[in-house]
Design a protein around this ligand. Structure first.
Ligand SMILES: Cc1cc2nc3c(=O)[nH]c(=O)nc-3n(C[C@H](O)[C@H](O)[C@H](O)COP(=O)(O)OP(=O)(O)OC[C@H]3O[C@@H](n4cnc5c(N)ncnc54)[C@H](O)[C@@H]3O)c2cc1C
Length: 426
């Protein structure tokens, strides 16, 4: 597949097998809840609602985890796509604290999940090395200076770092497939290759009719759009609020010997630029390299490969040189959509009567999507206070192409600021 959004990923070939999804049945097409989108948000919501006694169906255009949730960097930590400072500005101190607490709870929920024996195959590993490219000016006792960093990586570009044990890496596609099995065992019906094209409200029965691509219709009392950055197939108010933003991942050929000489640590690694890199060693002596975002246009697989090599070379010139000499490069490259709102905060709550949104987790969804799903599930099962943290979030229109161009300009501006702070004298 030459479209990077659906290109074969390293995970596709290195994850556990998927379970069989549900079959259509004339008798069973009525549900309490219909969830559109089989990403992490949609699956966690379906699991929690079914555990609460509801009759739930999930509709997924392709296969479970084929969206962002099964093709991401596999980094899980606390926090949100918006920075703590931005959240405080938008929501005020008190609400921002609640929001931050939710980010931590989401991380803890995921950590508990991956520590269960049935999730062992996601290969979770604790610890993150967070690097800074700016000139060393860190008074924090626990921070590593450029000399100490040599124990972990060989790159003169980074000036300092911190080790964060409150984060872990994992195989997100295996995670989604194990979660899918858990959902099915809890009675959730999961329909794959089943895009929802239209949701029509029936005034007579006070329910919705969902028209799917397979021409099979379903009835549901309540509908939840959990479509991430892949919205637009089934029109809703969410399309006016969330922009699909692409980001890119490349995985090298096997680099036995070489890779460990340059990246000695098994910790996942990220840098603290506003538009930075994230990378980690994978099994089989490969390097997963995450980079960049794009709101407009499209990049071919060969362009992503070239960009990744250039980016790697600017951080690890010796590693890139050794790869070139041995004729090695990136074997897998792909991209995926993230749903971003103008204020970087998600849309969790009502769209219109009995229709809800659960989307917009941007590039930080591995903890925020599940905790938001848990809050929404509590709300839908009757606890009316459980969405309080999300109530102050404003949902601003992005104005289509204008919003995409604006997002691209903001990204370029942030990259420029990152560049200046890297070379500015302290
Ligand atoms: C390349 C990449 C790297 C990332 N790295 C990280 C990371 O390391 N750590 C982190 O925390 N976050 C990361 N993110 C972000 C994270 O993956 C997302 O925030 C999270 O997965 C969003 O989950 P979701 O369920 O909202 O959306 P998705 O997982 O995208 O799921 C939405 C699903 O809805 C389906 N869908 C859409 N419309 C319809 C329809 N009409 N009918 C049926 N189905 C439909 C889509 O096919 C899709 O599968 C990354 C994202 C990308 C793209």
């Amino acid at each position: 597949m030459s479209d990077p959004i659906y290109a074969q990923t390293w995970y596709d070939e290195n994850s556990i097998k998927s379970s069989k999804s549900s079959h259509f049945s004339e008798k069973l097409n009525r549900y309490d809840f219909a969830i559109i989108g089989g990403g992490l948000a949609g699956l966690v919501l379906s699991l929690k609602l079914s555990q609460g006694g509801a009759n739930v169906a999930v509709f997924e255009s392709k296969t479970i985890g084929s969206g962002a949730s099964g093709r991401n960097g596999g980094f899980c930590s606390a926090g949100w796509a918006a920075s703590p400072i931005k959240i405080r500005k938008l929501l005020g101190q008190e609400k921002a604290e609640l929001f931050e607490d939710l980010g931590v709870l989401g991380f803890e929920w995921m950590k508990k999940q991956v520590s269960k024996p049935r999730y062992q195959k996601v290969n979770a590993k604790i610890g993150e090395l967070n690097l800074s490219l700016a000139k060393f000016n860190n008074k924090d006792e626990s921070s590593l200076n450029a000399d100490n960093l040599k124990k972990y990586i060989l790159s003169s570009r980074y000036k300092s770092g911190l080790i964060n044990k409150n984060s872990f890496q994992f195989n997100p596609l295996s995670f989604m497939r194990i979660l899918m099995k858990e959902c099915l065992e809890n009675g959730v019906h999961i329909y794959e290759n089943c895009s929802v094209l239209k949701v029509e409200r029936s005034q007579v029965t006070n329910s919705f009719e969902l028209l799917t691509k397979k021409h099979q219709n379903f009835i549901a009392q309540r509908v939840i759009h959990a479509t991430g950055g892949y919205g637009g197939l089934c029109p809703s108010k969410l399309d006016k609020v969330l922009l699909p933003i692409k980001t890119f991942i490349a995985v090298t050929d096997p680099l036995p010997g070489t890779l460990k000489d340059h990246i000695h640590t098994e910790f996942m690694i990220s840098d603290n630029r506003r538009a930075g890199n994230y990378y980690r060693r994978l099994d089989g002596d490969r390097l997963l390299w995450g980079m960049g975002i794009s709101a407009v246009g499209s990049k071919s697989l060969s362009t992503i490969k070239r960009d990744a090599f250039k980016d790697l070379k600017s951080h690890f010139p010796n590693l890139a040189q050794e790869m070139s000499t041995s004729g090695l490069s990136f074997e897998y490259v792909w991209s995926g959509f993230m749903g971003y709102s103008r204020n970087f905060l998600p849309y969790v709550g009502e769209l219109s009567a009995n229709k809800y949104a659960l989307a917009g987790f941007g590039g930080h969804g591995m903890n925020t999507a599940p905790i938001s799903a848990i809050c929404l599930s509590d709300f839908l099962l009757g606890n009316k206070d459980s969405l309080d943290s999300f109530n102050g979030v404003r949902h601003l229109p992005h104005y289509g192409s204008f919003g995409k161009v604006a997002a691209e300009i903001v990204y370029k501006y942030l990259s420029l600021k990152d560049f200046i702070s890297e070379y500015r004298p302290i």
